[in-house]
Design a binder for this molecule. Structure first.
Ligand code: ADP
Ligand code: ZN
Length: 612
């Protein structure tokens, strides 16, 4: 049997899939032939198979370097469930356990061995590898070698020694970080100059991007979860530890099972919360960005941002944790004026040099551009990574195109109101007061400063408060007005404001809409073409689906593994849709390999039979 056939056979029999995805086939064949590779593929793109299959096809054992011990165990569990010969070596294991794994490695009984980088570099481990035939080295999360990234791990740099000591063993480095600087660093530091580079599209077609204006963030979040994700698993990102705690509490009080995660919690609590999140169905993790690297839970159905990330890279990475299984998932964010002002202030007040501040400001502005655009979000996002695309049909702007309106006159009213307040009183005021004057509200403060006599008093009664806030936020984004957080958030004119006041600049604004929750059809997505495909024929039997899920939970508890290592949601959905009657029909369902068919096939058919 030739190499191609052997790889396809492992894909089918071990993993239960009929086709390779994206560039998997090319990468796998290149590795089996003994080449080195650098693989850049988005989260959920299917990186693991790129080394798991060659490790099973080639002679000897594949050594996988992975930085997160807590997650290694789950990967090994998933492989074992599929009937593969896999094990891990890490510091959470007892000596007899370690000795047993080492014995199996020496005896050639392992296809895959997962190790943390510091352990791999130990004399004991290197001696073990010297003695065993090796199929390949896979260096996962390879961006950890980058000193500029926030996941930097010093041990990763020392992995360069593998190039010399095991010169004939192919190496594959993998990452979901897209940018060119990191790529160059990986190649140099890991000595992968001869490696072939495989760059995949960074599109995640099954993720629906939605960005809305913040009015009361937690309530908006609750409404979103209740309407679209009740009982499902998700991640909510907040900027500060305090808001993480408060949001987790708020959700829990409102019957959404939620727990916090941030660097201020002790490591045991963090580990416990993380383990619960991975193992349980339907839990919401409220976290700072300290949470997430290496989390490969496939069924995270939404990622919500209650605060702005710092850059598009951050936004992409965090939202990328949704929908690894390819089923529809939401990236949902709300943002408001205060977020923008706060982020700008954090940059201004940081200790860093001007060059850093300049870059940080440019990154933030690119993100704000994504927030404010009336065009397809995905086009904008991919364009940032240098990838051209066309309107996606699966983001808020595509689904319900926002209206643009000419806000020049509104902007002039607002800016001249700011200017007149200052001229009349000698200082400027905050948003609320300015809007009160525009709308002609006779508040005590208006009376105190006799602002009802300003020529701008009442000239803006045509817009309501929310609309004025939206105008103000957009002007602030465009730097047409400055919000001075240091001084009671007063508004000030900027050099660019004058251009608007003099009528030299037209201001196009996006209309404030209270968007109803986008219609959530469970659409299937053809990942190879990045076009959402209409639902497959045949509705899913909900009762059967729930029965399959409870059965899966029982088995997962019994085996002490996360539920998704038994079967993915996608596999259970397909069973509930097709209702197979025979082992052969069952075999054709994606995600059921030979080992699982043998172990669970009978039970699955009984469950289906019971639902007829
Ligand atoms: P990554 O490491 O790139 O984030 P994974 O390797 O965890 O992604 O794969 C993401 C999901 O896609 C997994 O659930 C995996 O089982 C599934 N998958 C990978 N390759 C295929 C394929 N060829 N066909 C179907 N599903 C696949
Ligand atoms: Zn779109």
């Amino acid at each position: 049997m030739d190499v191609e056939e052997r790889a396809a056979r492992v894909l089918r029999e071990v993993f239960g899939y009929s086709d390779f995805r994206g560039r998997q086939r090319e990468i796998i064949e290149h590795l089996i032939a003994g080449g080195d590779a650098l693989v850049l593929m988005p989260t959920g793109g299917g990186k693991s198979l790129c080394y798991q299959i060659p490790a099973m096809v080639r002679e000897g054992m594949g050594v996988v370097v992975s930085p997160l011990i807590a997650l290694m165990q789950d990967q090994v569990a998933a492989l074992r469930e599929a009937g593969a010969r896999a094990a891990a070596l890490n510091s959470s294991m007892s000596w007899p356990e370690i000795a047993a794994v080492e014995r199996r490695a020496r005896a050639g009984e392992l296809d895959l061995l997962y190790v943390a980088p510091e352990r791999l570099l130990s004399e004991r481990c290197l001696a073990l590898l010297d003695a065993a035939p090796l199929a390949l080295f896979a260096i996962d999360e390879a961006h950890c070698v980058s000193q500029w990234g926030h996941d930097f791990r010093p041990e990763y740099i020392e992995l360069a020694m593998l190039a010399e000591r095991y010169g004939r063993v192919p190496r594959i480095a993998l990452t979901a970080t897209a940018d060119a600087v990191t790529r160059k660093e990986i190649i140099e530091r890991l000595r992968l100059r001869e490696a072939r580079v495989f760059v995949s599209s960074f599109d995640r077609p099954n993720i629906r991007y939605r960005i809305a204006e913040k009015d009361s963030a937690r309530k908006q979040l609750l409404k979103f979860i209740r309407a679209e994700h009740s009982g499902e698993c998700g991640i909510v990102y907040c900027l500060t530890r305090a808001s993480v705690e408060e949001t987790a509490q708020f959700l829990a009080q409102n019957d959404v099972p939620a727990q916090p995660y941030h660097a201020g919690l002790d490591s045991r609590t963090r580990e416990k919360n993380q383990a619960r999140f991975i193992r349980e169905d339907g839990l919401v993790m409220v976290a700072t960005i300290a949470f997430g690297m290496g989390i490969d839970k496939p069924d995270v159905r939404f990622v919500a941002h209650l605060d702005l990330p710092k850059s598009i890279e951050g936004y992409y990475q965090e939202t990328g944790r949704a929908g690894r299984d390819g089923l529809p998932a939401d990236a949902w964010m709300v943002y408001g004026l205060a977020d923008v002002v706060q982020q700008r202030r954090m940059i201004d007040q940081s200790e860093a040099d001007d060059e850093y501040k300049r870059i940080a400001t440019a990154k933030l502005d690119a993100l704000l551009g994504l927030c404010e655009t009336t065009q397809c979000r995905r086009v904008r996002l991919l364009d940032y990574f240098g990838e051209a695309s066309v309107a996606c049909g699966n983001c808020d702007n595509c689904l319900e195109p926002p209206e643009e309106w000419d806000g020049t006159i509104a902007a002039q009213k607002l800016l001249s109101c700011v200017a007149r307040c200052q001229a009349a009183s000698g200082f400027t005021f905050g948003a609320q007061h300015t809007i009160d004057i525009l709308r002609g509200n006779r508040t005590p403060k208006v009376a105190q400063f006799r602002h009802e006599r300003l020529s701008t008093f009442g000239v803006g009664a045509d817009l309501d408060v929310a609309q004025w806030r939206s105008v103000l936020r957009q002007l602030a984004m465009m730097r047409l007005v400055h919000v001075d957080l240091e001084r009671y958030s007063v508004l000030r004119l900027t050099p660019a404001s004058r251009e608007v006041l003099r009528g030299e600049r037209r201001v196009l604004l996006r209309r404030l809409t209270d968007r109803p929750a986008a219609n959530r059809s469970r659409r299937r997505v053809d990942r190879s073409r990045a076009i959402p495909v209409e639902p497959l024929a045949g509705e899913m039997d909900q009762g059967l689906y729930q029965a399959l899920r409870s059965w899966r939970l029982e088995i997962a508890r019994e085996h002490r593994v996360p539920a998704y290592t038994i079967f993915h949601d996608a596999t259970l959905e397909e069973i509930a849709r097709r209702k197979p009657r025979s082992t052969d029909e069952l075999r054709s369902i994606p995600g059921i390999g030979a080992a699982k068919l043998e172990r669970y096939g009978g039970t699955l058919l009984q469950l289906v039979e019971g639902a007829r």
